[in-house]
Design a protein. Sequence first.
Length: 365
Amino acid sequence: MRRRKSAAQRAARMCAFEMTGKKHSSKIDGSGFEFESAKKTTEQSERECPSFSAGVKKEISEQKIKREADAHALLSAFTLSIGALKLMPAKRRRGVHYVLESEAALSLVSKLAAQYFGLESQLNRVKHERLNAEYCELLLYGNGIDDFLTATGLVSFDAEGEKSYEPHVPKSVTETEMQRRAFIRGLFLACGSVSEPKKAYHCELVFKNVELAMFSKRMISDFGIRIKYTERKGSIVLYIKESETLSDFLALAGASDAVMVLNEQRIVRQLNNTVNRGVNCINANIEKATRTAMKQAEDIRLVLSVVGAENLPPPLRIVAEARLNNFEMSLSELAEEIGIGRSAANYRLRKLCEMAEDIRTEMPD
């Protein structure tokens, strides 16, 4: 029987992030591509906790892909989103180059490309000193690169056998529901991000290619997920802002731990909102009761100054003295204090207020 993970374990999982680069080949010599070696100590890795978005990508990247067709679908989505065809002049060969913050996502792509296309790879972390930022670069190359380019849609052939470098989504990678799910997973790994649930419910996919963006929107919508789009700085952005829709999308992408974290945070938010509404209601009631008590006390002092306590009927005199001596009490507490019902106390206080209004009416301006 599988043990359910605690909230603490799930949170720790979301903060886990593999910082050490992996290679599936020896270093490229004379390729025209130079990378700075990516190494971080264990101590540094333990001190750093990545964003929620990075944790989600790491979780998705760790999901096992058992079917070759699903692997092709993920690789196609990933490559069409951020892959770039590169020439390697020194070896007169071609490769595919990727740049991304998520090392886990690039490691998955490198692994799948090696497993299904026999490609070699170079994966390294680069530090940009001037911008004080770090990112990863991946280069895929090898004898199977032509098959890879065709399978992912970076290269195609027309009916006459002419080669085209116009990116497109191959029909073969979206034929089944499992392939479409894998394709969406690849989209998120390449161009997706999600905000910290504590701050906001927001997920987006950013595309440079309009056709790919619209194709992806239709595919995601076919799963019953409402995703909107907008334009931003020359890019097409697909986005989700509703918490339940975001939860459905992350589940579709295979991030079950992230869904649990999101739902837990949503429950906390709902509880906080309920508590805040309750506190606001209590405060409003207290404020209203205080204003009423102040008005009653003012009316009682006026009646006592004009009529005199000794001239009031005993029931009115008792409630008048009780209100002046127990200003902070609610009506129910005041009634209990003098041993009468709430309605009786309310009636007597109203009589005193009416007497005060009559006095004010008779007083000269």
